[in-house]
Ligand binder design. Structure first.
Ligand code: KG4
Ligand code: ZN
Length: 378
């Protein structure tokens, strides 16, 4: 079964053709990173306009890269929740229109489900591709956004070997969410832990801002951390019980330590601090913060494993799953291929495939709605 997956929930416009939920036939991702790097964060209105500009060319490219006509597409899947309202509207309205026009069943997929199912997608070359054809395609000059994941596109690592086994725990770590999900089987999600304030990706982004590192913060912190001493500064772990998370205290702890380090009062605004920090201090703060964030995630997943001794696999999902230190710290967990850690259409196609296998019926294209904040359990 070939599914066209469409993803526009935040600042990536993405489309992919996925075969049987596992094989990438084509995968086009256009990121708006270079636009938002100027502002230091995503501006929802600008993101929506940018999706509007590129969504159809991105879908066309996914189909042409796949060498697929519309006749060969069995279903369309699109992210309808959660995410930025305007961004979700562009993707869903496009998918609705295409489903009606080409008479295809339409599946509405929750974004976090898609991130989890990135772990089922193989990074191996699809057998339907010509020999020598790269497994992943990024958009090109047709879009003004920076092309993301390109450098990972040809990584030869084989993520296709064994698959996660149920019951499993999914550690979802993205820009908007930090959750531990218990999955008893395909398409069965129970939230067993969640953040009470900031998401871990958000915390990376905010700490990067304090340190004067460019948006998005996760990759910038990771890069600066490579040259830093992770034991230079100590930050306390949140005292939150059970499997829930809290990251706003860590962000404040970094802020206060930076202020102390550069001898300014706590009233000094955070945007003034970067000029007072040396490159070495920035790298040491980045490394020490990253270590603490990773330690907190590992601590919670270990606690979850104690609480759920029947669990047979751990999968990590969402943008922060690209983090190399997190990958090192959880060597037995499943991680998506690095180019599938961030937002992409392949994971949407994969999630829809497993929804279909679990008996989920297509949605009505004339009335499909968006839900910017809905939980994965609903
Ligand atoms: O899943 P995602 O692409 O979008 C959402 O659904 O939110 O996640 C984006 C988040 C951002 O906060 C970004 O800073 C973070 O993932 N991120 C990373 C890394 N790459 C992206 N965080 C830590 N280390 C990375 N290498
Ligand atoms: Zn995401």
């Amino acid at each position: 079964m070939k599914i066209l997956g469409i993803e526009t929930s935040c600042d990536e416009t993405a489309a992919a053709v996925v075969l049987d939920g596992r094989e990438i036939v084509s995968n086009v991702v256009v990121s708006q990173i270079d636009i938002f790097a100027e502002y230091g964060g995503v501006i929802p209105e600008v993101a929506a306009r940018s999706h509007l500009e590129v969504v159809l060319p991105v879908i066309n490219k996914a189909l042409s890269d796949a060498g697929c006509s519309w006749d060969e597409i069995d279903a369309i899947a699109v992210t309808h929740a959660p995410g930025l309202l305007g961004s979700l509207l562009i993707g869903t309205l496009t998918a609705r229109t295409l489903a009606i026009l080409h008479n295809k069943p339409l599946y509405a997929v929750h974004h976090l489900k898609s991130h989890v199912y990135a772990n089922w997608v193989s990074s191996e070359k699809s057998s339907t591709l010509e020999p020598g054809h790269p497994p992943v395609f990024t958009g090109d000059a047709l879009c003004r956004g920076q092309l993301d994941h390109g450098e990972h596109a040809l990584e030869s690592e084989d993520f296709s070997g064994n698959l996660p086994t149920f019951p499993l725990l999914a550690l979802v770590v993205s820009g908007g969410h930090t959750q531990i999900l218990y999955m008893s089987g395909h398409n069965q999600f129970e939230i067993v832990g969640t953040t009470v304030d900031d998401a871990v990706g958000e915390c990376f982004d905010k700490v990067a801002k304090i340190l004067g590192l460019p948006y998005p913060g996760g990759p910038s912190i990771a890069k600066a951390a490579e040259k830093g001493d992770a034991n230079k500064y100590r930050f306390p772990h949140p005292k939150i019980k059970g499997l829930d998370f809290s990251f706003s205290g860590l962000k404040t702890a970094v802020l206060r330590t930076v202020q102390k380090e550069v001898n300014v009062p706590i009233s000094c605004p955070s945007f003034q601090l970067k000029e007072l920090l040396s490159e070495k201090q920035v790298c040491d703060f980045a490394a020490s913060f990253q270590k603490t964030a990773v330690d907190i995630l590992v601590e919670k997943i270990n606690l979850a494993l104690q609480k759920y001794p029947d669990v047979r696999s751990v999968v990590v999902a969402g943008g922060v799953s690209a983090n190399k230190e997190l990958r090192k710290a959880l060597p037995e967990a499943f991680f998506p291929a690095p180019f599938l850690s961030g937002d992409n259409g392949a994971m949407v196609g994969a999630a829809a495939y497993y929804e279909i296998k679990s008996g989920v019926k297509p949605t009505e294209p004339y009335s499909l709605n968006i839900y910017p904040r809905i939980s994965i359990e609903s």
